[in-house]
Design a protein around this ligand. Structure first.
Ligand SMILES: Nc1ncnc2c1ncn2[C@@H]1O[C@H](COP(=O)(O)OP(=O)(O)OP(=O)(O)O)[C@@H](O)[C@H]1O
Length: 216
C-alpha cells in the first residue's frame, strides 16, 4: 500500500531531511511515526501526500509510483489521501458543514451528494448536531474532529495525521486515537506522526521511528 525504497529528500537549502529511507506499510495497517523534532516525520508524510517530492528513490502508494506521477494528476491523487494536522487548518468564517464540505466542492460533487456525505462524516466523528456552528464555538477536541471529518469525507483509503493530538489533553487525545482506530477497522490505512509516547505505548500498533532522516 505504502512503500518507500531508498528515499532521499533534500530541501533547496541542501538540508537532507530523509536519507535512504526504506519501509512498507500494508494495506489496512495502522502505524505510528515517531522520532525527535526535526527527524523528518512531517517530510515523510508530505512525500506520501505529494506536498513534496523525493529527491531520490521511489515512493509507491496504492500501486502507483509517485515519482512518475505527472503534476496534473496530483489533485486527483490527493483525493485518495486524507490529511489531519495539529492545528486543524479550519476556515474560521465558515460553518462546520462548509469546512467539511470543502474537499467535495473542490471535487465538483453535486449538492445532494455533498449534504449526504458531510452528514455521514460528521456522524462518524460525533458532531452531527454542530453542523451550523462556527469552529470558534467548538472546543479544541471538537475542532480536531471537524478536521478529521474533512479528511475522511472523500472516503480516502489512506489517512495521514501529523501530530493530531499535539494541542489536546490526554483524555481528548485518546478519543482522537479511538476515532483513527475506527477508520482503520473499516479498512483505512492510518499513519500517525506523534511525539506522544505515553499514548502510543498503550496501543498495539507498529512504530516506525526516524532518527535524523533514517530508520532508527
Ligand atoms: N521546506 C523546508 N525547507 C528546508 N528545510 C526543511 C523544510 N521542511 C523541513 N525542513 C528541515 O528538514 C528537517 C526535517 O523536518 P520535519 O519537519 O520533517 O521534521 P519532524 O520530524 O516533522 O519535526 P517536528 O517533530 O519538529 O515537527 C528539519 O531539519 C527541518 O528544518
Amino acid at each position: 500500500m505504502i512503500r518507500f525504497s531508498e528515499v532521499y529528500k533534500r530541501y533547496t537549502n541542501q538540508h537532507e531531511a530523509l536519507s535512504g529511507l526504506s519501509f512498507e506499510l500494508d494495506k489496512g495497517e495502522m502505524a505510528f511515526l515517531t522520532g525527535h523534532s526535526g527527524a523528518g516525520k512531517s517530510t515523510l508524510l508530505k512525500l506520501i501526500a505529494l506536498i513534496e517530492r523525493s529527491s531520490h528513490g521511489q515512493v509507491w502508494v496504492n500501486n502507483q509510483n509517485l515519482t512518475r506521477l505527472p503534476k496534473w494528476k496530483v489533485p486527483y491523487y490527493r483525493r485518495k489521501i486524507g490529511l489531519v494536522f495539529q492545528d486543524h487548518n479550519l476556515l474560521h468564517d465558515r460553518t462546520v458543514f462548509d469546512n467539511v464540505a470543502l474537499p467535495l466542492i473542490i471535487a465538483g460533487e453535486n449538492h445532494r451528494e455533498i449534504g449526504r456525505r458531510v452528514r455521514a462524516a460528521l456522524d462518524k466523528v460525533g458532531l452531527l448536531g454542530k453542523e451550523r456552528s462556527l469552529p470558534i464555538a467548538l472546543s479544541g477536541g471538537e475542532q480536531q474532529r471537524v478536521g478529521i471529518a474533512r479528511a475522511v469525507v472523500n472516503r480516502p483509503p489512506v489517512l495521514l495525521a501529523d501530530e493530531p493530538t499535539g494541542n489536546l489533553d490526554p483524555e481528548l487525545s485518546r478519543e482522537i486515537m479511538r476515532l483513527f482506530e475506527q477508520f482503520n477497522q473499516v479498512g483505512v490505512t492510518v499513519f500517525v506522526a506523534t511525539h506522544d509516547q505515553d499514548l502510543i505505548n498503550r496501543m498495539p500498533y507498529r512504530q516506525i521511528t526516524l532518527q535524523q532522516g533514517r530508520l532508527a
